[in-house]
Design a protein around this ligand. Structure first.
Ligand SMILES: [Zn+2]
Length: 162
């Protein structure tokens, strides 16, 4: 009687090149300059960051450009305690959803310069950027988020962004 195959290892890789559309191109050019450029939906007024060129809820194009702050509010987060292949951060660390001031969708980033057990919903944070001369066309220009020192945001201010 043979045993069932439960796991196989298949080392594969794919190299690909992405050609961004108009909205992501503006976003990537902005982030290289240390600016966060989103777009507002003309119908529901939600600000998308990164912009996609359209609102997926309203199914309309977005063209109004909006510069978003690099400060924001932690809405949800998780503490990573499990090591994994390719891990860069030392465990434990916090990965959080951050709604930047002026945006309506969260972006994700690591929160540092605070004890893991002190991270909480509503924590106000500030992006820590790589040096201007090291910036590329990538979200990796933001190294991590750190506490901004501001008072916690009230739940009502971010409840719609959970
Ligand atoms: Zn919309």
């Amino acid at each position: 009687m043979s045993e069932a195959v439960k796991k196989i290892v298949t080392p594969i890789s794919i190299e690909y090149t992405i050609t961004p559309g108009a909205a992501p191109t503006k976003f990537l050019r902005g982030i290289k300059e240390g600016r966060l450029l989103g777009q507002r939906c003309p119908k529901c007024s939600k600000v998308y960051l990164p912009p996609r060129g359209s609102c997926t809820v309203c199914a309309v194009p977005t063209v109004e450009e909006v510069e978003v702050s690099d400060q924001g509010t932690v809405t949800t987060f998780c503490v990573v305690n499990i090591p994994f292949y390719g891990q860069v951060q030392e465990i434990p660390y916090v990965c959080a959803a951050v709604v930047l001031d002026g945006a309506d969708l969260p972006c994700f980033g690591v929160v540092q310069e605070i004890a893991v057990e002190e991270v909480r919903m509503g924590l106000r944070v500030q992006a820590v950027w790589v040096a201007p001369e090291e910036r590329g066309y990538t979200l990796e220009n933001i190294k991590y988020f750190k506490p901004s020192g501001q008072a916690d945001a009230p739940f009502e201010s971010y409840r719609e962004h959970l």
